[in-house]
Design a protein around this ligand. Structure first.
Ligand code: M6R
Length: 605
């Protein structure tokens, strides 16, 4: 999704800006650009190709300046063509970059056309640049404060004006923006990761904030126009974590990092304790009667998996909702429910909005399961469980998902204990299973060569069905999502028992049917469902636990999972599906880490 970098320094900052864009590339974009103040004039370079192309352009044209802004754009309004790429100029005086969507841009455009402004792009962003230009009376900070009052929608912006050569002004509402604090230089970015290497000191702006950065100062006012201080935190973990190492793609690297990520996420100590979720969690947990989980995409599937754990281990009613649906439907709030938001980034616009919606309905108790400690979601919730996946670069979520599952399993056991459904023996057994998980995952990763052989077959298909039952149905959903998002093969997942109610009509010899077959209580039912597929000529590709007695035969291909893993089995069964999607995408030659049309962090609605 769109990314912003801005800088004011006493050195040429073009390389800092371009490097910042490079660090944001993983989020997905279709054009990029940079603008600097050079000898009192804004100059820019823009590209509808990669940041490396932009870098070549700025070198060729000797673009240099001490003050500048840069952007990666993920098109919403207007095609990904050069004239829509940011920075957007207004009358060669104002240069502006924008993340988000301005909902009232049409009325603003008409008003500005009436004032003689000519529009050269199809973006909603251009209205902001012209609006600021039309209102400018010598103080950019003041102008932006006034101008943003006229904007409806979500935005993070960074803007420069030719008459203020050592100033960048930013504002945020609904999209993230951070200030990077340096020595005699200061920065802005949509994600602190962009500034790794330039600073490790960050102030996270809050909704409605407007900020001015200069060489030696940072000035912030809040949404009410009141001067505000935002805590400056040292965030050291950003540097260096984005190297590819020996892997072909970040997705592959991140799949293989899962044993480490899970080890780091499993709590230390001998007990599942409410304090793992933050101060006051024990009180909160003892007063709740249900859970409402809100999330999107892969994170939603981890919520669906958690529902099985929460209801079977903790015996607590759990509702799971797609965040973008929840926020727009009339629901019946239950103040005794714990609202759980699950998110890798902690910045997903739909999940954030759903959280705020729940809070506005009177939900007091909120918990984030999140991979980014400094994210908006963690800052907005009462409690938090941080996953330790580390930076995830590939657009397809992998280690973020399995570490979320670990966090949610810990939540289920913790609540089960507090509610008297998990005794000391069970607690010790769950802890032992968690601790053994990284080793079990390594055995699953060793299946890669067998999965590559299957991927060669899948690469020639255009459709696939995924089947699972019970606790593993959400895992089949996740497997189908992985395959479609990176290989572009149409894939759907069904609870296997649902097949005969419609989707069986799709099954022919041309339809590969991936089946998640753990050795659990539903195994015999699943085997019957597999026979239904075989009887219609469907080719089954089965990930079967040991002792399932499912064997390879005509039309049934089996990869044997090393061991059955009880309640944590969904975590193990996720990994071969990730590898299948990954190798199928490689065989089809897609852009695995940056699949078409998608973005890593979906910060617009
Ligand atoms: O950062 P989040 O976990 O909130 O992101 C939610 C989804 O956008 C994300 O999981 C998406 O579905 C992934 N690309 C799937 O691989």
């Amino acid at each position: 999704m769109c990314g912003i970098v801005g800088a004011v320094a006493q050195r040429n900052i073009v390389s800092v800006l371009v490097e910042g864009l490079r660090r944001l590339e993983y989020r997905g974009y279709d054009s990029c650009g940079v603008a600097v103040l050079s000898h009192g004039e804004p100059r820019r370079a823009r590209s509808v190709s990669r940041v490396s192309d932009l870098d070549a352009q700025v070198r060729d044209t000797h673009l240099e300046g001490f003050t500048g802004i840069a952007h990666t754009r993920w098109a919403t309004h207007g095609a990904p063509v050069t004239h829509n790429a940011h920075p957007i100029f207004s009358r060669d005086a104002v240069a502006l970059v924008h993340n988000g969507i301005i909902e009232n841009y049409e009325s603003l455009r008409e008003m500005l056309r009436g004032k003689g402004y000519e529009f050269v792009s199809q973006t909603d962003t251009e209205v902001i640049a012209h609006l600021i230009h039309s209102m400018y009376r010598g103080d950019l900070f003041q102008t932006v404060r006034e101008a943003v009052k006229q904007l409806h929608g979500a935005y993070a912006i960074a803007v420069i004006h030719k008459d203020q050569p050592h100033t960048v002004v930013g504002a945020r509402q609904g999209s993230p923006l951070v200030v990077g604090v340096g020595q005699g230089e200061n920065f802005l970015a949509s994600d602190a990761l962009a500034l790794a290497g330039s600073t490790d000191r960050f102030a996270f702006l809050e909704e409605g904030d407007v900020v001015e950065i200069t060489l030696d100062g940072v000035k912030i006012v809040d949404g009410e126009g009141v001067p505000a201080q935002r805590e400056v935190r040292v965030v050291a973990a950003y540097g260096g974590a984005v190297e590819l190492g020996p892997y072909r793609h970040f997705m592959q690297k991140e799949i293989f990092e899962q044993p480490r990520a899970i080890t780091d996420t499993i709590p230390q100590g001998d007990h599942f304790d409410a304090s793992l979720f933050g101060e006051g969690a024990a009180d909160v947990f003892s007063g709740i009667d249900s859970l409402l989980i809100l999330a999107c995409g892969t994170s939603y599937y981890s919520g669906l998996t958690a529902k099985y754990w929460l209801e079977s281990v903790a015996k607590i009613p759990t509702q799971v909702e797609i965040a973008s649906e929840y926020r727009y439907r009339e629901s019946v709030p239950n103040p005794k429910a714990l609202v759980v938001v699950i998110s890798q980034s902690g910045e997903t616009a739909d999940t954030l909005a759903a959280l705020k919606h729940a809070q506005s309905l009177g939900h007091k108790h909120t918990l984030a399961v999140c991979n980014v400690a400094t994210s908006a979601m963690v800052r907005l919730t009462e409690l938090a469980f941080l996953t330790h996946a580390g930076t995830e670069i590939g657009v397809a979520s992998t280690k973020a998902f399995t570490t979320q599952l670990v966090g949610l399993f810990v939540l289920a056991v913790t609540l089960g204990k507090l509610r008297g459904h998990v005794d000391a023996t069970q607690e010790a057994a769950y802890l032992a299973q968690l601790r053994h998980l990284p080793a079990a995952l390594n055995s699953v990763l060793a299946l890669e060569p067998q999965i590559i052989a299957w991927a060669e077959e899948f690469a020639r298909k255009e459709n696939a069905l995924f089947l699972g039952r019970g606790l593993h149905y959400p895992i089949s959903l996740e497997g189908a999502l992985k395959l479609k998002e990176i290989s572009y093969i149409h894939a759907e997942a069904y609870p296997a028992g649902e097949l005969k109610h419609g989707p069986l009509a799709l099954v022919t010899e041309a339809m590969p049917v991936v089946t998640v077959a753990p050795n659990d209580a539903l195994l015999e039912k699943l085997k019957s469902n597999m026979q239904e597929v075989r009887a219609r000529g469907g080719e089954l590709y089965v990930f079967a636990d040991a002792d399932t007695r499912i064997v390879s035969e005509d039309g049934i291909h089996v990869i044997r999972m090393p061991e059955h893993y009880g309640l944590l089995s969904p975590i193990l069964h996720t990994v071969p599906l990730q590898l299948l999607a990954y190798h199928t995408a490689c065989a089809r030659g897609t852009d695995v880490d940056k699949p078409r049309n998608l973005a890593k962090s979906v910060t617009v609605e």
